[in-house]
Design a protein around this ligand. Structure first.
Ligand code: CA
Length: 220
């Protein structure tokens, strides 16, 4: 029986092989790509449940690679490994379409837990808001709840929900939401305010908070 397919894109030879052994022991089937170009090729030609992408890679940088994959419709959940711990670097990875990130050096147990969470998220897609099933009508700003009840949103509430729903598995930074939804607003706290409004109308779980980073679409 073959394991859960995982793509690891890591140019550090020792770390790469150590991680392959580790994940193989845990029941994954791992493909290791030693540079961005080979990672891109594998991610476009095979199916994976999760990807681990090193940020600093030869030929194509990890963030650029992820952006290209997302641009070509690859939605496999991704964790970016970054040697840089600054908020800006984390945000760059998330804005490129990563679901999660981990700063090097990391604890092995933490990496395993994060990858398990990515894998679960991949399986849990069905529990997300029922996208495309007519639940949200951007024209009339109405949301149909599972109970059949209709809730009317304001224009900005609706735009915020649409922005989150446009990439349902991605963490959206507050900065990117402010820019996309509240053009001209100076403070990122406007995003928090509208998340509060959405939760008031649609329930606490409609938007999940990713502490210190931003928000992700939740459940109805
Ligand atoms: Ca590297």
């Amino acid at each position: 029986m073959s394991g859960t397919p995982l793509l690891l894109i890591e140019d550090d030879r020792d770390l790469g092989h150590m991680l392959v052994d580790l994940f193989t022991e845990q029941g994954y089937t791992v493909d290791l790509a030693p540079d961005g170009q080979r990672g891109l090729h594998l991610a476009l030609s095979r199916t994976y449940n999760a990807m681990i992408i090193d940020r600093g890679l030869p030929t194509i940088d990890g963030v650029d690679l992820l952006r290209r994959l997302r641009g070509r419709g690859v939605t496999v959940p991704a964790l970016v490994l970054t040697a840089f711990g600054s908020l800006e670097d984390r945000v760059a990875g998330l804005d490129a379409g990563a679901e999660d990130y981990l700063v090097k050096p990391f604890e092995i147990d933490e990496l395993l837990a994060r990858v398990r969470a990515l894998h679960r998220r991949n399986l849990d897609q069905a529990t997300l808001l029922p996208l495309g099933a007519g639940w949200l009508d951007p024209e009339s700003h109405t949301v149909r709840l599972p109970t059949g009840e209709q809730v009317t949103l304001s224009g900005q509430e609706c735009r915020l929900l649409c922005a989150l729903a446009s990439r349902p598995r991605q963490v959206h930074t507050r900065a990117s939401l402010r820019q996309r939804v509240f053009d001209g607003a100076r403070k990122e706290s406007i995003v928090d305010t509208y998340v509060y409004y959405l939760r008031g109308k649609l329930g606490q779980r409609v938007v999940s908070t990713v502490r210190g980073v931003g928000y992700r679409l939740g459940e109805l």
